[in-house]
Design a protein around this ligand. Structure first.
Ligand code: E4P
Length: 220
């Protein structure tokens, strides 16, 4: 499974990229707005940090404008994936942009029916939002399971990107459900490292070694 960071914050992206486990980035208009720079400028800086798919979202709501904006975003860098919302206009824009060879991530997906439409329109990625479904008392992970099954049944190439993930459990459940990609906030990626037995085990190993040799492990 590919791991994407769901942030537009450059410091977080630099830290994540340095770990060597980040395959791409997702952004949305809210995340871009938080960083205070215009979309194109911020996206360009993100492309300099992470070498992988970088999702940049259109802010128009009408097909023709979305297509125009999508083409502009795609020109920023070869790694750009244009994000379109799962609306009627967004699906029409997805079909048009995909026809031009531009990769589209269809976002704000909350049902398998919507995911089916995105695949039929030629989406490169579908983004079902797990956490936001959990927030309204549904089981968001069931959506990931449903979409992966439907896509497998019919051989759709659209990649399932589990979005709106809020915890390591969400990440692991997405992997178990067969999502191609999981995008997560930096805080969640950082949490994936943690296990108390790793800390305890390392402390014991180093203590034993130092006690036996009374020297630092790197000394010759
Ligand atoms: C995905 O591409 C979205 O940007 C994101 O995962 C939304 O997450 P949220 O529901 O935590 O805002």
């Amino acid at each position: 499974m590919k791991i994407f960071l769901d942030t537009a914050n450059l410091d977080e992206l630099k830290k994540g990229a340095a770990w060597g486990v980040v395959d791409g980035v997702t952004t949305n208009p809210s995340l871009i707005a938080k960083e205070g720079r215009p979309m194109a400028e911020q996206i360009r800086m993100i492309c300099d940090i992470v070498d992988g798919d970088i999702s940049a979202e259109v802010v128009s709501t009408e097909t023709r404008e979305m297509v125009r904006e999508g083409r502009e975003l795609a020109r920023i860098h070869k790694n750009i994936v244009v994000k379109c919302p799962l609306t009627r206009d967004g699906i029409r824009a997805t079909k048009a942009l995909s026809g031009d060879g531009i990769r589209v991530n269809v976002t704000l997906c909350f049902s398998s029916a919507q995911a089916l439409l995105a695949a039929k329109a030629g989406a490169y990625i579908i983004s079902p939002f797990v956490g936001r479904l959990d927030d309204i008392g549904w089981t968001g992970m069931e959506l990931i399971r449903g979409i992966t099954t439907i896509y497998k049944n019919y051989g759709y190439k659209t990649q399932v990107l589990a979005a709106s993930l809020r915890s390591p459990t969400h990440v692991i459940d997405s992997a178990t459900a067969g999502a191609a990609i999981a995008t997560m906030p930096f805080k969640v990626l950082d949490m994936l490292f943690n296990h108390p037995l790793t800390d305890k085990g390392l402390e014991q190993f180093l203590q034993d070694y130092h006690k036996a040799f009374q020297e630092s492990p790197v000394a010759g």
